[in-house]
Design a binder for this molecule. Structure first.
Ligand code: CO
Ligand code: CO
Ligand code: CO
Length: 307
C-alpha cells in the first residue's frame, strides 16, 4: 500500500481487510555521551516512523554495531537497556536482533507495527486549506553540535534529550482523532526537507509562518554563533531551490528550518477547523510544544514559502 515511491516514513503491506503491516528500520551513531540515553533516543527515533503512519508498533529487533574489543561491554548493555526502556513504554516486544563488530558504535531498531488499511496516514494526503501542526521544537542538531564543541549549557542538553526521548505516540493517536490528512516525522532532512517531501507527494504548496515554529531558545542562540551542523548546510544546498524565503525572515531561523533533527516531532496536515482543537488536545496530553506553523495553499506543487 505504501512503497518507496513517495519517500514515506515506513512501508505498509496489506494482510487482511482489517490489518496492514507497517515496517521501518533506523539506526545511527551516538549523539550524546551517556549510553542509556543514546539507547532511548535511538529507540524513540525508530518507533517514530510507525507513529508517523498512524500505526501501532508491536515488535522490534535491535541493530547493533559495537567495538567489543576496545570498549567495555557494560556500555553496550546500557545502550540496549535504554532502548528496551522505550520499547516497554511503547508496549513493544523485543523479539531479536543482530550485532556486528565495528570501529564505531551504531544502534537502532527494525520495527514492525500494524494499522487499519483504511486509516493509515501517508505524506501524500495533504489538501489545500489544511493547516500544519508541528509537535516538537527544532534545534536538536544545533544543540548536539554545540555539545560536541563543549559549548552547550546543561539546560540546553537536558531539553534536547527530553525532546528526543519523548515518543510520538500521543501525537499519533490524537492526529487520528482529529482526522489528519497527512503526516511525517521531522528527522535528518530537517523541517524543510520533510515538509518538501510532503508537498511533493501531496502535490501541494506550503506556507510556513516562521514566527510560529517552535524552537529550542538555546539552539537559536548557538546558531547565531555559527554552531550549525554540516547536515544543515547539505540540506540547504539540496532543498533551497524549492523554497522561497520572505524578505523579513531572519536568516538564523532559516538555518534552524534546515537543521537535521533526531527523533523530531510529527508534522501533521489537517482540516483548518480542527487544527486548533488538535493543538489544545496535544497540550492537554503533555505535548506542550505543539503549534500551528503554516498552511497548505494552492500553487505550484512541491514548493514551500517561508513568511
Ligand atoms: Co520518518
Ligand atoms: Co526513518
Ligand atoms: Co539467523
Amino acid at each position: 500500500m505504501v512503497g518507496i515511491e513517495t519517500s514515506d516514513d515506513a512501508g505498509i503491506y496489506q494482510l487482511t481487510d482489517e490489518i496492514a503491516l507497517v515496517q521501518t528500520v533506523d539506526f545511527f551513531t551516538p549523539i550524546v555521551d551517556d549510553p542509556f540515553t543514546f539507547g532511548q533516543i535511538a529507540a524513540a527515533n525508530a518507533l517514530s516512523d510507525v507513529y508517523a503512519m498512524g500505526g501501532t508498533p508491536l515488535t522490534a529487533m535491535n541493530l547493533v554495531a559495537f567495538p567489543i574489543h576496545t570498549l567495555p561491554s557494560t556500555i553496550l548493555n546500557e545502550i540496549l537497556r535504554g532502548g528496551l526502556s522505550k520499547m516497554q513504554e511503547a508496549q513493544v516486544a523485543l523479539v531479536g536482533g543482530h550485532s556486528i563488530e565495528d570501529k564505531e558504535i551504531k544502534y537502532g531498531l527494525a520495527v514492525t507495527g500494524i494499522v487499519n488499511p483504511r486509516q493509515y496516514l501517508t505524506n501524500a494526503g495533504a489538501k489545500v486549506g489544511d493547516q500544519l501542526v508541528l509537535t516538537k521544537p527544532l534545534g536538536t542538531g544545533i544543540i548536539a553540535t554545540a555539545l560536541k564543541a563543549e559549548m552547550a549549557s546543561m539546560e540546553a542538553v537536558h531539553k534536547m534529550v527530553e525532546g528526543m526521548i519523548t515518543l510520538n505516540r500521543k501525537a499519533s493517536e490524537l492526529m487520528k482523532v482529529y482526522e489528519a490528512h497527512a503526516c511525517t516525522d521531522i528527522t535528518g532532512f530537517g523541517l524543510i526537507g520533510h515538509a518538501l517531501e510532503m508537498a511533493k507527494a501531496s502535490q501541494i504548496q506550503m506556507v510556513i509562518q516562521s514566527q510560529n515554529v517552535p524552537i529550542f531558545p538555546e539552539a537559536l542562540e548557538y546558531a547565531k554563533n555559527g554552531l550549525i551542523p554540516g547536515g544543515a548546510y547539505s540540506n540547504r544546498k539540496y532543498f533551497s531551490c524549492h523554497v522561497e524565503v520572505g524578505p523579513r525572515v531572519p536568516e538564523v531561523l532559516v538555518d534552524l528550518f534546515y537543521d537535521p533533527q533526531t527523533s523530531g516531532g510529527l508534522l501533521i496536515s489537517l482540516p483548518s477547523e480542527k487544527a486548533q482543537r488538535l493543538v489544545e488536545a496535544l497540550r492537554k496530553e503533555g505535548v506542550f510544544q505543539s503549534f500551528i506553523i503554516g498552511e497548505v495553499v494552492e500553487g505550484p506543487p512541491g514548493r514551500i514559502q517561508i513568511l
